[in-house]
Write a protein that binds this ligand. Structure first.
Ligand SMILES: *Cc1c(COP(=O)(O)O)cnc(C)c1O
Length: 403
């Protein structure tokens, strides 16, 4: 059995905050990130989920007869919850076998004149096939919303992801790269659509002092604890406790509930994010450099497949997504790695139709490839604290489990 690591590693590489980030400053977070990424103006929201909800509400105003929203059947449970809260119908679409993209045949079969939007998803910092979603959307008159919640800084053909479709969004939640504990960014190329999105946001998500105080306190906690000394308290201990009581959904934080909060983001949190955003380009470069160093080592393990980007795309590397040959071998690896502090985990526990608490929101559907992906995948956090020795320990377990 692998010994417990002394300090806990995080399951995803977040950009650690510094004490000086907490000083007051200009509330320019959205403008600063837009300048760094080279995008049109971005709108700051209180979460990635809120950005999606605002996007859906805006599109539904324009196309009130359409109510169905297509998403990969393996994605964050917040996505169907946002669709539901917007008064619309989530429709899970099966994946390509052994891949994070939606299956082109399943997508075509599921889309028609009732489809409001398709959500290609840049899972795990990898770059998704937005072109296929655009082709299908054009055929049926639907829109494309790029879910880039996990991919702030990812690029395709030199440009930021999130702009090839009608609307895109990023998450600034804890552990998703740049974070203000909870936040999101909304992108759209068309100025008129941006104007509509801003009007929807002002209507649905006004400033609320109670939420601002709560999120400010949480941001202070995140700044204090997102480091090796704090992660046992903030991440490792709750994870182990949930796993001991047999609740993997709670262990990875997949257990969300309605209603999803909608409010604005105050000036101080924006200033904190703006200070930290100055380090975003270097942070993404460092994550990418670590990934390039370790990908060959991981790929050399028989039975292990590591997800990568299509040609011309440069995703970010918050963590590595691995597929093992079957659920039994994946579980054997997790037996040693999940609770021992190495930042190895699972991304989402189930395919969307298999979350008990989403019953009545996500329709039951036949999504064998998404179920297979959930059963065979694991993640390795690509944080700056992961050492050569850690990676060797992880690879040793994978070599023994995957064969
Ligand atoms: C986290 C996540 C979201 C939601 O973003 P929040 O900022 O946590 O609300 C949406 N989609 C995907 C794929 C995510 O991972």
């Amino acid at each position: 059995m692998l010994p417990r690591r002394r300090h806990e590693l995080p399951p995803t590489a977040g950009l650690p905050l510094k004490l000086t980030d907490l000083r007051p400053g200009a509330a320019t977070l959205a403008a600063d990130v837009a300048a760094l990424l080279g995008t049109p103006p971005l709108a700051l929201t209180c979460s990635g989920t809120a950005a999606l909800l605002i996007a859906l509400a805006t599109l539904h105003e324009l196309q009130p007869a359409r109510r169905r929203v297509l998403m990969p059947a393996y994605t964050c449970p917040l996505v169907p919850l946002a669709v539901h809260q917007a008064g619309l119908e989530p429709v899970p679409c099966d994946l390509r076998p052994g891949h994070y993209d939606m299956d082109p045949h399943a997508l075509r079969a599921a889309c028609d004149e009732r489809t409001l939007a398709i959500l290609p998803t840049h899972l795990a910092g990898r770059v998704a096939d937005v072109d296929d979603a655009l082709a299908v959307a054009n055929n049926v008159g639907a829109c494309v919303i790029e879910d880039a919640a996990q991919a702030l800084g990812a690029r395709r053909d030199g440009a930021s992801v999130g702009l090839a479709g009608d609307i895109g969004f990023f998450s600034l939640a804890a552990g998703k790269g740049l974070s203000i504990y909870e936040g999101g960014l909304l992108a759209a190329r068309d100025p008129e659509l941006r104007e509509r999105l801003a009007r929807t946001a002002a209507r649905l998500a006004p400033f609320q002092l109670g939420w601002e105080l709560r999120r400010s306190a949480e941001l202070l906690g995140y700044a204090a604890l997102y480091r090796p000394h704090g992660l046992r308290l903030a991440y490792g201990n709750p994870l182990r406790k949930a796993l001991r009581r047999g609740d993997p959904v709670a262990a990875v934080g997949d257990d969300f509930s309605l209603p999803l909060p909608l409010h604005a983001v105050g000036r101080w949190r924006q200033a904190v994010g703006a200070h930290a955003a100055k380090r975003l380009p270097a942070f993404i470069e460092q994550c990418t450099a670590r990934a390039q160093r370790w990908l060959p080592r991981l790929r050399a393990i028989p039975g292990v497949e590591v997800l990568d980007d299509p040609a011309g795309a440069h995703g970010t590397w918050p963590f590595f997504m691995l597929l093992l040959p079957d659920a039994q071998r994946r579980d054997a690896a997790l037996e040693q790695l999940w609770q021992t502090g190495y930042g190895v985990s699972r991304l989402f526990i189930h395919a969307l139709p298999d979350y008990a608490y989403l019953g009545g929101i996500v329709p039951t559907s036949d999504v064998p490839n998404a179920r297979d992906f959930a059963a065979r995948s694991l993640s390795i956090g690509n944080s700056e604290w992961l050492t050569e020795a850690d990676m060797e320990a992880i690879c040793g377990v994978l070599e023994a489990s995957a064969r």
